[in-house]
Write a protein that binds this ligand. Structure first.
Ligand code: ZN
Length: 400
């Protein structure tokens, strides 16, 4: 018989027990690992994290399965010698949480087998949710929801959950959901009329204890479907959270929670439509502005400096200008620490805008370039902007 009798095997709800210390080893400073002759503490394993609790009032922060050497209880601030009797107490809310997740997993995994012949490859209890990797090729909302519905029905039917200890020969005759991971005698978890699986974890007495099962999300991963789910109190916590976000989003749209997606979709459409209209209006504005600038220009050359105008807007104006014949536009905009330039000419006007731009940008300590008809650039020496434009005008052969 192994050093530690595992009380959690026969009763998952036993949280208080007395045991005798078998072995004590020093770990890193201040921490010791205690082996007991019996324990109700579940050690990390099978995707389920370890229990926590106390031994004679000292915190048990983790329990480690050391195989035939027993279960190590990692404790701080406790003196113990072999032979002493100690009282152990397992944190119930953590144990209940793990039982809800783990039992929920058995139910959900069997639901996928039952409905879609899709077995579970692996399972993990994470910080606030759980994951199963399922052999499912085509996850859709409908497929996932059908499995979740069946799983919850099994929860609410409050079926009994039993433990059967069998030999491997006996197990071979039974319809197990998954192959045993080891040889020898097996511990089977049986959900009445629904699921039979070898497992060493802690499970609910009845399926009703799981409360409910909800799937948060799923994604395809390495030929499997990774499904994130929550059971019991985690599902309630998740509902609270998701409901709060949904209500907050709805409040932004001044609507009810369940109407928010439709209202948000409408707003997105309106936003797109407004952007389309803004573009049209900008074109019109550029037309009008181009007319005004040309009215004041000499010999079809427009030189103009704006404050705080972006490159896109400058280009729009430049295009409106050079739509007229024999027109050159030397446009600029300045911010506190940036000067932007757009030079353009109509097809029948003379001048290499790209060459002009390179020279002007050199004076602004920046860079620029483009095509003979249209070029853009900029630099940080804003103070030189007027000089740079005058220089460009000179190069163009049209001194002002
Ligand atoms: Zn299990």
């Amino acid at each position: 018989m192994a050093v530690t009798e595992r009380l959690y095997y026969s009763d998952s709800h036993l949280i208080e027990f007395d045991a005798r210390v078998v072995d004590v080893t020093d770990r890193v400073s201040g921490w010791i690992a205690i082996v007991l002759d019996r324990t109700a503490f579940y050690p990390t394993g099978g995707g389920q994290p370890s229990d926590t609790g106390t031994l004679n009032g000292a915190r048990v922060v983790e329990c480690i399965d050391d195989g035939d050497n027993g279960v190590l209880h990692v404790v701080q601030g406790m003196m113990a010698s072999p032979g002493a009797v100690v009282r152990g107490r397992v944190d119930w809310s953590r144990r209940l949480d793990h039982m809800q997740q783990h039992t929920g997993q058995h139910i959900l995994s069997q639901a996928f087998v039952n409905l879609f012949n899709a077995p579970t490859k692996s399972f993990r209890v994470l910080e606030t949710s759980c994951e199963i990797d399922v052999h499912l090729n085509n996850p859709t909302t409908d497929i996932i929801e059908r499995a979740v519905e069946l799983a919850n029905n099994v929860v609410w039917e409050d079926r009994a959950i039993g433990i059967r200890n069998v030999t491997s020969a006996e197990a071979a005759e039974l319809p197990l959901r998954k192959e045993p991971a080891r040889d020898g005698d097996l511990r089977l978890i049986e959900i009445e009329g629904f699921d039979l699986t070898p497992c060493g974890g802690t499970h609910a007495y009845r399926t009703g204890e799981v409360g409910m099962i909800a799937v948060r999300s799923w994604e395809r991963a390495k030929g499997l479907t990774r499904i994130e789910f929550v059971g019991g109190m985690r599902a309630v916590a998740d509902y609270r959270k998701v409901n709060r976000s949904a209500r907050e989003v709805a409040a932004l749209f001044s609507t009810g929670r369940d109407d928010a997606p439709q209202v948000a979709a409408q707003m997105v459409e309106e936003h797109k439509e407004l952007n389309r209209r803004i573009r049209v209006l900008e074109e019109l504005a550029a037309e009008v502005e181009a007319e005004r600038l040309l009215a004041d220009a000499s010999e079809g050359v427009v030189v103009q400096v704006f404050d705080g105008r972006d490159a896109e807007s400058l280009k729009k104006l430049a295009r409106a200008l050079i739509a007229r014949p024999a027109t050159v536009a030397l446009l600029a905009s300045r911010d506190k620490d940036t000067a932007r330039l757009v030079f353009a000419r109509s097809a029948d006007a003379l001048g290499d805008m790209s060459a002009l731009m390179r020279e002007a940008c050199a004076m602004l300590e920046g860079r620029g370039g483009g095509k003979p008809e249209l070029a853009q650039g900029g630099g940080k020496n804003v103070a030189k902007l007027d000089t740079a434009l005058t220089h460009a005008l000179t190069l163009l052969g049209r001194d002002s």
